[in-house]
Design a protein around this ligand. Sequence first.
Ligand code: NDP
Length: 248
Amino acid sequence: MPAAPDLNGKLALVTGASRGIGREVALQMAVAGAHVIAVARTVGGLEELDDKIAAAGGQATLVPLDLKDFAAIDRLGGVIAERWGKLDALVANAGMLGTITPVTQLKAKTFEEVMAVNVTANWRLIRSVDPLLRQAEAGRAIIVSSGVAHNPKAYFGAYAASKAALDMIARVWAAENRKSALRVNLVNPGPTRTHMRAQAMPGEDPGTLPTPADVAAKIVPLAGADITRTGGIFDIPQDRWLDVAEPQ
Ligand code: NDP
């Protein structure tokens, strides 16, 4: 995996930028020179990120947004188009876990919310910014998935199903763009010391896990112009691309 790419003059949209992996990806992309559009609901978290980016000499635009507000996602592409005319990188990182419980015990409200945030919001975001990414010289989309998208794990039903659906949407989108300059790849961060991981594994010692900054350092290079692969899944714990069907 190459070092952080030069992102000077690039525009990057990062969702889930208020904490965890997304905040560190946003910070590292800004440090690499990108102007970062940072999306999340928690204004305090976004403002803290903005302070850190400014202290590092970078620039950000904060977009406090609930990704369940689908109409707002639809508008976002138009707003970016008016102000910047293109988008160089999308990091679709925001996600939610829902409840860890047997499939038969899942509440409909939880199932629907997990699908809304992890699947529908990302599909709408892809739809909203696709023309902007294709306007860029070397548009890059990084979609943050999970190992459970491919490995059935008891009690993770809604989350695992949502990540499996997200994976396939991203890989089909990659196939549809394989002849363009846009490269679309998925990434599995692996166990990372965040709020979500603590919610999933409350008995675990977080000190044993990689930090969001460690993991972000492996995600950011996927935004580099040197990335030729598309429709791939980069597995951070194994530090390699998984063997998956090429986009067709
Ligand atoms: P966190 O819970 O720490 O952060 C999740 C981020 O998503 C927050 O910034 C949160 O912002 C945002 N988010 C959640 N719901 C919404 C919403 N409705 N609207 C807008 N933003 C929202 O999680 P991680 O950093 O751990 O996870 C990041 C990604 O990595 C996720 O896609 C997750 O599935 C994936 N992943 C994580 C692993 C881990 O071990 N941590 C392992 C495998 C995959 P806010 O609440 O401010 O809106």
